[in-house]
Write a protein that binds this ligand. Structure first.
Ligand code: IPM
Ligand code: MN
Length: 361
């Protein structure tokens, strides 16, 4: 029987509650599809930082390398200054494990209320491939004359051809495998580059040249589009049905995926994968730690459950992943009154039970 070694990092706030439900569903799925999960818990997060001053030490990263995947809850603690845990844990894991793709599907599930008038699951059905290793996130920078009236702050957006190419390759492959034609819901598989070639004339010039070179040479079967990032925001609201797979840099990807998340029902459902196609990937609900709901059993675990679903898909357990997706769709279509915390009509663990039971059927 195949065994997957999974590192579980519940993290802060409501992270542990939602991860518990994701684990519940994953265990039910493993039993049904006959594979084993060997789960190991890690307590990195705000509490541990407050106790020990430790975020994610190098020794832990070395430890994490031995796993097949990581399931993360949420990082962020009200008593810890913003930036410390995000940089010290989340971004450190992404960078040190070279999870250079951040895959964020934007799919509206049946029964989920959408803030966009007249849009349903058919219209909101695309994915964002966010580059996850470069841009302003790792660019050089600093202050001079800090604190004076002449203070200068610099934070550069940096991309290498290598980073751009490996991201594009993943995105083209993803479009070939999961584009609208591949999924039988459209006539073409399309990859659209989201950039800002009219202003960021170096960075996105590189992206655009690399995009067309690779597309022409290796992926002539995939239609290529280009959108400026500002216009993309507009179309994500007005005509999301135009999109199939989008690929973009780290910072634009960060911003547009929050917009995407709210159009798919919000942080209760949005999940993402930090993927190293040849290494250890990390899956997370993309909402934060929601500290005000901690311990009340009201937070929506579906985003964490969907993160688990993406984890199985990436590990190659595609049938099992599909089963979870179907169970989640069933729950949103037939059971949950709302995806918002406290308004689901069920507690956190009851939602986990609903999905786990459905998977086991
Ligand atoms: C995200 C978050 C992170 C990011 C923060 C917490 C560092 O916003 O996962 O989208 O900017 O990548
Ligand atoms: Mn973000």
């Amino acid at each position: 029987m195949k065994t997957y070694k999974i590192a579980v990092m519940p993290g802060d706030g409501t992270g542990p509650e939602v991860v518990a439900e994701a684990v519940k569903v994953l265990k039910a799925t493993a039993a049904k599809f006959k594979f084993k999960l060997d789960l190991t818990n890690f307590d990195f997060g705000g509490e541990r930082y407050k106790r020990t001053g430790e975020t994610l030490p190098d020794s832990a990263v070395a430890e994490l390398r031995k796993f097949d995947a990581i399931l993360l809850g949420a990082i962020g603690h009200p008593d810890v200054k913003p930036g410390i845990l995000e940089k010290g844990i989340l971004l450190k894991a992404r960078f040190d494990l070279d999870q250079y793709i951040n895959l964020r599907p934007v799919r509206l599930f049946p029964g989920v209320e959408c803030p966009l008038k007249g849009k349903g699951p058919k219209e909101i059905d695309y994915a964002v491939v966010r580059e996850n290793s470069g841009d302003a996130y790792t660019g050089t920078g600093g202050f001079t004359m800090k604190g004076t009236a002449n203070e200068v702050a610099v934070q550069s957006a940096v991309y290498t051809r290598f980073q751009v190419d490996r991201c594009l390759k993943y995105a083209f492959e993803y479009a070939r495998k999961y584009g609208k034609k591949a999924r039988g819901v459209g006539s073409e598989n399309t990859l659209a580059l989201v950039g800002k070639t009219n202003v960021l004339t170096y960075i996105y010039d590189l992206w655009e040249r690399a995009f067309h070179e690779m597309g022409q040479k290796e992926y002539p079967d995939i239609r290529r589009d280009y959108y400026h990032v500002d216009a993309t925001c507009m179309w994500m609201v007005k005509s999301p049905e135009w999109f199939d797979v989008l690929v973009t840099g780290n910072l634009f990807g960060d911003i547009i995926t929050d917009l995407g998340a709210i159009t798919q029902g919000g942080m209760g459902i949005a999940a993402g994968g930090n993927i190293n196609p040849k290494g250890v990937s990390m899956f997370e609900p993309i909402g934060g730690s929601a500290p005000k709901y901690t311990g009340q059993g009201v937070i929506n675990p579906l985003a964490a459950i969907c993160a688990g679903q993406m984890m199985l898909e990436t590990l190659g357990e595609e049938k099992a992943a599909k089963k979870i997706e179907d169970a989640v769709k069933w729950a949103t279509a037939n059971k949950l009154k709302s995806l918002a915390a406290g308004k689901m009509g069920y507690s956190t663990s009851q939602v986990g039970d609903l999905v786990a039971t459905k998977v086991a059927e």
